[in-house]
Design a binder for this molecule. Sequence first.
Ligand SMILES: Cc1cc2nc3c(=O)[nH]c(=O)nc-3n(C[C@H](O)[C@H](O)[C@H](O)COP(=O)(O)O)c2cc1C
Length: 306
Amino acid sequence: MSSFKDLRIVDNFYQTSAYFPMPTVLISTLAEDGSTSIGSYSLCFPYYIAGKDYYAMLLECRNSSNTAQNLLRSSVCALNFIEDSRADFKEAVRLGFPGESSAEKMATCAFKLEKGQCEGERPQVLSSAYQVFECTWVSELENAAEDRARIGLLEGVDPPYRSFNGITSKFGCHFILKIDKILMKEKYRSAIINGVKASSFPRVPVDYGYRDSKSFWYTRFRRPISEPIPKGKETDLSSVKYAANRLDPEVKFTDAACAMLVKVPHIFLKMALQGCVDWAKENGVTLIDVAEMNIINDKRSEYKKK
Ligand SMILES: Cc1cc2nc3c(=O)[nH]c(=O)nc-3n(C[C@H](O)[C@H](O)[C@H](O)COP(=O)(O)O)c2cc1C
């Protein structure tokens, strides 16, 4: 017998039929008059994370919102991630109340804004955000740019709908947002570059969405803890050596370099070795030793040199 009860899946299942942890993102966009407008969003997740020509986020929102209308028109936005503060969350809930124009909402906006770092006409960013993704809507995907002709239909959009980019239902919209820049406060940036400690994480709240038709629920930040990867899963050194030295006729690995790869999960080993070989070819290296492995492993070494 199952230890679970079945639950009906209804609209907005992530908050009506589930407990789903989400970020709190204040999205700034350009209003028609060029001013910055801010809306609150949680359904905003990484979409293209590797292996494409660019990195992208996915935003799910109401197509009549100021944010959707502004994105359809101007394509640019900034995703401002806010820290745990009751006052800031209260303001996020105010900015998340539907039906107000940008001008009405922004007249009393408590957040300080500043210029971002992308060129061209862009919305301002939140000075208190711990990180900001400046983004551009990829309107070419699924020919979604055609949905610009449907701007201003605020009472519901008639079919046809797109599958994953642009107007996707009567009231819904999805935006695939290319990340142009990630801006971060110095303290958190330096933790990413030099190695994180529990004390160097931003104080990120977890949003659980709008429940009981009354309130937004969220949990306050708690200090993160780390869990090392399982012991005893290392690949045998001789298997690494065998795979490493038959990959390319010109690039060879020392035993010490191979020893640095024994913790790579076996299914990723060939890919990791190929990455090393590619790096060696680009840099005119024919023997990969510990020093070379250190450079390859340290994807951020260029930042550190600076
Ligand atoms: C914390 C929070 C998260 C929200 N997340 C979303 C979301 O992911 N998608 C959405 O369509 N609306 C979301 N809303 C509701 C929007 O904020 C609301 O539709 C608002 O009117 C949007 O503002 P805008 O019209 O200025 O874009 C959220 C509201 C709050 C307070």
